[in-house]
Design a protein around this ligand. Sequence first.
Ligand code: PMP
Length: 372
Amino acid sequence: MPARIPDPALFPKDAIQEAYNAILSENAGAALQYSVSEGYKPLRQWLVGHMASLGVECTIDNIIITTGSQQALDYLGKLFISPGDTILTTWPTYLGALQAFNAYEPRYDRLTPEGGNTTPAAYMQSAEKAGGQVKLAYLTADFSNPTGETIGRSERAKLIELAHELDIPLIEDAAYRSLRFNGENAPSMLALDIEREGEIDKTRVIYSGSFSKTLTPGLRVGWVCAAKPIISKLVLIKQAADLHSPTINQMVIHHVAKRHFDQQVSKACDSYRLRRDHMLQALQNYMPEGVTWTKPEGGMFVWMTLPEHMDGADLLAKSIKEIQVAFVPGSAFFADGSGKNTIRLNYSLPNAEAIDTGMARLGTLIKNQLAV
Ligand code: PMP
């Protein structure tokens, strides 16, 4: 089933309609034509400005447009992973990243945002024992899917240090980066790596961005910002895979982003902030003792930890049947299948009333399960 996570009521439908009309009446030849694999130049230029607002100094040669950021994960897996190689990632991590990388037959080792638990040498030894090498690290630093949590500045610096010590690229999945409702932004990991190295072309961090959570997922436009040698390789992979992302969609995203990006982001943040508040309040009201959850400052998810002996998948089966409340069992997000007593809740789609009713019912179901 396709994910239906952003609220469609927030999609800038009129602006998109206006953009298609303007582009088709003024520039149909280019919009409907093949175009370059790097992506639509004015959009890459706009992204240079966007990245500068995150503290990332770059040029258009540091940017490739992809068909959603999901495509970037596939291409990066293709670029770096041979069967048996090791990918470092958090426990839990984005399920779609595991799915994209799994095609290249990696093994996974646990990346701890707190840092310091495992040394570079220990990571390398276990990778070699398993018949490969540590080739890649992947994480969502801001409002992760599934936990909603953000990694702090000093942990980011430690993780960058680790990537340099291991001499591996580190993917910073920034799909939710713009959706901060409160609190202070931590610097982008790519910005921190540029600070460390003096220039983007010496960095290890690969920033993976997306318009899916800010404008619309349906046009499938994302981007990668990284050192030029990495972008050049991704361009070759893209040329071979699909030539380029749809020209007209890139032009439409550029047209809309240029005029409405900031306003759109603040509209989305206002709407999701309210729902996040309702969700946290409802959890506070209805969840029994022994259940804990994250308190995200942005994004779309709350991560719940159930008492040790409870199983998220069993709870989902009962929940669907008895109370019609859906969530995702947490173990799907663990590379080793652990985390059975966790679940991912999403507040970006239901309204306040549905959140309240749903959490009240879920709280009762969990209480009843605990009493069994
Ligand atoms: N990364 C994360 C963390 C996500 O949650 C998603 C969408 N669910 C993606 C990447 C992919 O998004 P898209 O391809 O629409 O940019």
